[in-house]
Write a protein that binds this ligand. Structure first.
Ligand code: 26W
Length: 808
């Protein structure tokens, strides 16, 4: 155990040896690297012993393949999990340094777009913390998700070169590089024994070099691995570089095109685009991962590959890594000599698939031509999978023959990746109850009929270690003072807080912590935007990617409505509110960018209106990422989860804010429903259409947005203001939004839900005025949030899908 004295000695030692500096001279960056190095040393010992332990016991292992791991900063969570966070922060403070400034030196690793990527990161934390043998496999993008700047209300994207300074948590393991092949020709040749020999000629070879990042379990000496693959020119090819000048330029070009494969993260999580480079990324990740798994399995030399599924489970995060199915088939057949049937049995017992969205525009489909020329052997295998699958239906399920075009893996000259993933895996899961039901009853109905047993639900979760313990130490302390520290290992124990829901001094403490966090956020807002917000106003927060279905538009319509009310009746007794937005739009998503612009223009009118004062403020914090979320969430009082019902698969921000004592205002969508089921109707604000109602309106086509525009004066006024340049100027108008709503019939039911949204906010306001009630509600939300720890989710995956046991 360290004291601040011994920790100081360690720091001094590091600084002298690595940099030749003493503590007084050290910059925040120097301190950051010194602390990272101390932590890494702590980690390394356990990393080695965890690996040895898995090998010796021939432990069953799970690999989580994901194109995205939105890990954010690791320093604090690594320190926390190593049991060093408090002592380290304390030491820095004793040295007169602000720990925050030191930890902030780390680049925020934005290797993901949003929910799906952050979920993968939370899962890794829970897997290690619960002592499961599970690892992540992803891509080491040199550029993460773009950095967002707002200029005159417009989003501008800047490249995120997060690796410009040394990243202390990664270790390059060049000796474990693997070769990946693209293009070329496939030659088949029958051997004397009748088996098929497959050779791949004239292919382009790419090296996949692993960079390993430790995944530290909480207080338990387990260290798993997140392996991130980097694309490089194979060394032999590099040698040819030097041969002649003409070849030099050719190869330099070639090298750049190879390095592009791990060059950047695609910033789009809304519209699937069939870009060849993206397909290359997917195959690159999948091939490296599967080869690595087989190599590791063989290295252990404990059983035959025929039993791969007994020792390995592979979870694919959405369809992005679904080429894992044909790639595992390829390796088992072409390299390991298994027959089709043997390989198919192994593959379909090893791979499991998670679906994260039902939005049709996000479904991946690759053109047959592209797949065939880039991945000729993989395409042959997919063809065979498709053939056998369709024939199987034709003969075994004659009543479903008509459905073949709807379920075929290859149809309309495209490879349908979700269908490939379903057919090739033993488990298909959705990420919240409603979402899984929609998959079964609607989106994947024929597949559910074919394979009812494959389908299961795994409601998402978040790591309470990062999202409560680390980001909200003050609240954590109040909780521990009341119910002891057992909730840290067993988050369900948070429900012990219900005993205090009538305890005035406790409620007082909860409210003091929130006030403290709001004050800190208000300072950050002041620093970043120059705007002073009322620290006692309601902090009403919507932070997530910008999407039409998430309906940031409905939120800003509420703001405009309140503004109009205030202008009409300046004496209106309104509880002051601060609306806080943060959101990135996909660079090519026009409507999303228009909505960001609208928020900014409304903000500038509202915030600069002296008659409004601090009753209403609209804040847009730019460059939403994990680090910014960590600052906003502890201060949130109202959590806006207002998607069109049926569209948000789960949501996880809803869970984070609930856990930090915010109340949800939301539709009956995604995990909101499960929050509602837990806290009860008196502790959540539900409004709007439910998913069946939305579905029926869609089916019947009986919704008429225009009618609402003409009957609801509030709505008409808002839309006319937007259209008439009231927010903005002559040049900046929001005609596109106006036309989209009225002439595309408001596809996300913003106008339809407007009335009930406004009413619900009035209820919220009344509730907020009764602070005692509000605090009780807040406590109930914290108390029931334990279910949304990703520890619960991971226990379910481990028991039902991965068949993993906790190692002792
Ligand atoms: C165009 C390529 C593409 C399409 C979809 C990239 C990424 C996606 C993801 C599926 C989008 C995503 O992040 N989905 C979110 O997953 C979260 C974790 O399960 C859920 O909580 C969110 O509701 C869901 O939108």
């Amino acid at each position: 155990m360290h004291t601040t004295e011994t920790f100081k000695d360690l720091l001094t030692d590091k600084l002298t040896r690595n940099l030749g500096k003493n503590i007084e001279e050290a910059t925040d960056k120097d301190l950051y690297y010194a602390i990272a190095s101390i932590t890494q040393e702590e980690i390394n010992e356990n990393w080695l012993s965890t690996r040895r332990r898995y090998d010796e016991k021939n432990e069953r292992q799970m690999y989580y393949i994901s194109m995205e791991f939105l890990i954010g900063r690791l320093m604090e969570s690594n320190l926390l999990n190593c049991g060093l966070l408090d002592i380290c922060s304390e030491t820095l403070r004793e040295l007169g340094r602000d720990p925050e400034n030191v930890y902030q030196q780390e680049a925020d690793a934005g290797l993901g777009n949003g929910g799906l990527g952050r979920l993968a990161a939370c899962f890794l934390d829970s897997i290690a913390s619960l002592q499961f043998a599970g690892h992540g496999s992803g891509i080491r993008y040199r550029y993460g998700l773009f950095e967002q700047r707002i200029i005159h209300g417009n989003q501008v994207e800047l490249p995120d070169y997060w690796l410009k300074e040394e990243y202390p948590w990664e270790t390059r393991n060049a000796e474990e590089a693997l070769s990946i092949h693209f293009g070329g020709e496939i030659h088949m040749h029958k051997r004397v024994d009748g088996s098929l020999e497959v050779t791949h000629k004239e292919a382009d070879e790419v090296h996949a070099v692993p960079y390993d990042v430790p995944v530290v379990g909480y207080n338990n000496q387990v260290v798993n691995t997140l392996r991130l693959w980097s694309a490089e020119l194979p060394a032999e090819t590099a040698e040819i570089l030097a041969e002649s000048e003409s070849k030099y330029y050719h190869h330099l070009d070639h090298m750049h095109s190879i390095e592009q494969i791990s060059g950047f993260l695609y910033p789009d999580d809304s519209n699937y685009e069939g870009k060849e480079l993206r397909l290359k990324q997917q195959y690159f990740l999948v091939s490296a991962t599967i080869q690595n798994i087989i190599r590791d399995f063989k290295r252990r030399g404990k059983s035959s590959l025929k039993k791969l599924h007994e020792k390995i489970a592979i979870q694919i995060n959405d369809t992005h890594p679904s080429l894992a199915v044909p790639e595992l088939m390829r390796l088992l057949m072409d390299t390991e000599g298994f027959s089709w049937d043997e390989a198919w049995e192994i593959t379909t017992k090893t791979i499991a698939y998670t679906n994260h969205t039902t939005l049709s525009e996000a479904l991946e489909k690759w053109p047959v031509g592209m797949m065939e020329s880039l991945l000729p052997r993989i395409f042959m295998i997919i063809n065979e999978i498709n053939e056998r699958f369709c024939l199987g239906i034709y003969y075994d399920r004659p009543e479903m023959r008509d459905l073949i075009p709807e379920v075929a893996v290859i149809a309309d000259d495209q490879v349908h990746m979700a269908r490939l993933a379903i057919v090739g895996s033993f488990s298909v899961n959705g990420v919240a109850k409603l979402h899984t039901e929609i998959l079964k009853k609607r989106e994947m109905k024929p597949f559910y009929e074919l394979y009812p047993k494959k389908f299961n639900n795994k409601t998402n979760g978040i790591t309470h270690r990062r999202w409560l313990l680390q980001v909200n130490p003050k609240l954590s302390e109040v909780i521990t003072d009341a119910i002891g520290s057992q909730w840290i290992a067993q988050p369900l124990k948070l429900n012990g807080l219900m005993r205090y829901s009538n305890d005035a001094p406790f409620l007082e403490k909860i409210s003091d912590v929130k006030q403290h966090n709001k004050k800190i956020l208000a300072q950050l807002i002041k620093e970043r935007t120059g705007i002073t917000v009322n620290e006692y106003s309601i902090f009403d927060v919507q932070i997530k990617r910008l999407h039409e279905y998430k309906r940031q538009l409905l939120n800003i319509f509420h703001v405009i409505y309140l503004y109009n009310e205030m202008k009409e009746n300046p004496k209106l007794d309104l509880t002051p509110r601060t609306f806080i937005f943060a959101a990135k739009a996909a660079p090519g998503y026009h409507m999303a960018k228009e909505i960001i612009k609208l928020i900014h223009h409304v903000a500038s009118v509202v915030n600069n209106d002296r008659t409004i004062g601090d009753k209403l403020k609209v804040i847009f914090l730019e460059n939403y990422n994990v680090s910014l979320a960590e600052k906003i969430i502890p201060a949130a009082e109202l959590s806006e989860q207002i998607s069109t019902a049926g569209k948000e698969a789960s949501g996880t921000g809803n869970m984070k804010m609930m856990m930090n004592g915010a109340m949800t205002v939301g539709t009956m969508d995604g995990a909101n429903i499960e929050i509602f089921d837990l806290v009860g109707k008196e502790n959540i604000f539900i409004f709007g259409l439910n998913s069946d109602q939305v579905h029926h309106h869609n089916e019947l086509g009986d919704y008429n947005a225009n009618a609402i525009y003409h009957t609801d004066d509030r709505v008409k006024k808002i839309l006319d203001q937007i259209n008439g340049g009231e927010f903005g100027s002559q040049e900046i108008e929001f005609k596109d939004i106006f036309y989209h709503i009225l002439y595309h019939n408001d596809p996300y039911y913003v106008l339809k839900d407007f009335d009930s949204y406004i009413d619900t906010h009035e209820v919220i306001e009344r509730n907020y005025r009764d602070q005692k009630t509000w605090q009780k509600m807040s406590v109930a939300n914290i108390a029931y949030s334990g279910k949304f720890s990703s520890d619960r989710t991971i226990h379910e995956y481990a028991a039902d899908i991965w068949k993993l046991k906790q190692i002792r």
